[in-house]
Design a protein around this ligand. Structure first.
Ligand SMILES: C[S@@+](CC[C@H](N)C(=O)[O-])C[C@H]1O[C@@H](n2cnc3c(N)ncnc32)[C@H](O)[C@@H]1O
Length: 270
């Protein structure tokens, strides 16, 4: 199963290097939603599939207590190393068996992890542990696109498309859920009060080498690498060269990327 990559120290370190912290726009969206649905106090937020804490840390200033849960020991250890906030803790655990009392949680967030969950079991647990009117925020993102290279944008799009055609062989149910922007995850949410927030665009500036590292850290590419190491390496090197040639820049040139996020929001009935 693809998510077992996250059990490996090497993949965890790579993930920590190439993945971005969840953007403030996403936290604002989820917190505003919570405020419209439920009255304060907000005592407990739980971030499920927290990885190395990229999606957890930003919740710290809004709740008395924040807990990050991940099935991977390696990810939890990495998260503990990175986090110094007094009110944030991390522990190993399964999304399908949340270690919290009934009706004790104000907010559950999941960043880029719900695609791997057993959604039926997860939703039963969400329903059990949330307080009445407590909220759920699930979000993920699409592949970044490079901005400000209008004269070669078609070539850049083609290079990325070629990469994903090559990786199609390694597709799983989880990656398909990401491609279809969580439409089946939305259907699996059992609360009648649910909505989808679209078109949340974040712009970041990073070297081209980061972009290539980002693509390489994807579970799809890591599967390719594991199964056909030499082919996979050659393919990614070729991908990088094609991008650099089209843009006429070097791999340490900082360029602008735009990442589209999507977010599902739901509130437990009273
Ligand atoms: C792509 S990472 C996302 C990490 C972080 N939330 C972020 O936004 O970058 C997905 C994480 O989900 C965890 N995961 C996958 N299935 C899980 C499950 N059933 N229960 C708990 N964690 C799970 C993996 O171990 C991995 O750390």
């Amino acid at each position: 199963m693809a998510q077992y990559f996250f059990e490996e120290q090497e993949h965890t370190a790579m993930y920590q290097k190439y993945r971005l912290p969840s953007p403030t726009e996403i936290y604002d969206l989820i917190l505003n939603y919570l405020q419209t649905k439920k009255e304060e106090p907000f005592t407990l937020a739980v971030d499920v599939g927290c990885g190395s804490g990229q999606s957890t840390r930003g919740l710290a200033s809004h709740f008395e207590k924040v807990v990050g849960i991940d099935m991977s020991e390696a990810q939890v250890e990495e998260a503990k190393k990175m986090d110094r906030s007094d009110n944030v803790s991390y522990r190993q655990g399964q999304a399908e068996e949340l270690d919290f009392k009934d009706g004790s949680v104000d907010l559950i967030t999941v960043g880029a992890a719900a695609q791997w969950f057993d959604l039926e079991k997860f939703m039963k647990e969400v329903d059990r542990v949330l307080k009445p009117k407590g909220c759920l925020g699930l979000y993920c993102y699409t592949v970044p696109c490079i901005l400000n290279f209008d004269d070669c944008s078609e070539t850049l799009a083609q290079v990325i498309q070629d990469l994903f055609i090559e990786l199609k062989l390694y597709e799983t149910i989880a990656t398909k859920r990401v491609w279809n922007e969580y439409s089946d995850v939305f259907d699996a949410i059992t609360f009648p009060d649910k909505e989808r927030a679209e078109d949340i665009y974040i712009t970041v500036k990073k070297p081209v080498s980061w972009f290539v590292g980002y693509l390489s850290s994807s579970v799809l590419y890591q599967t390719y690498l594991r199964e056909k190491m030499e082919d996979a390496k050659a393919f990614m090197e070729n991908t990088e060269q094609r991008l650099l040639k089209a843009m006429r820049v070097s791999s340490d040139t900082v360029v602008e990327f735009r990442i589209k996020y999507y977010c599902l929001l739901a509130s437990k009935p009273e």
